[in-house]
Write a protein of this length. Structure first.
Length: 67
């Protein structure tokens, strides 16, 4: 159906019926929505994927002047 056809018919309705049409459209849209469940990550699922170098906590040479 064309949008102009629907809006043309809608323009002939009184305000009280327009609000009912709006409520019905909202109902149809909410019925159509698909709820997507987000997967929760399991504890330890990234094990072995992250690497930290052994000298991570060592002070940087660039900051020797400030220490």
């Amino acid at each position: 159906m064309e949008n102009t056809y629907i809006s043309g018919k809608l323009s002939y309705l009184p305000d009280s019926l327009k609000s009912e049409v709006n409520d019905f459209i909202e109902f149809l849209l909410s019925k159509r929505k698909i709820k997507i469940k987000k997967k929760q990550p399991k504890y330890g699922c990234a094990k072995g994927q992250i690497y930290i170098s052994p000298d991570f906590d060592e002070p940087l040479d660039d900051f020797k002047d400030y220490m």
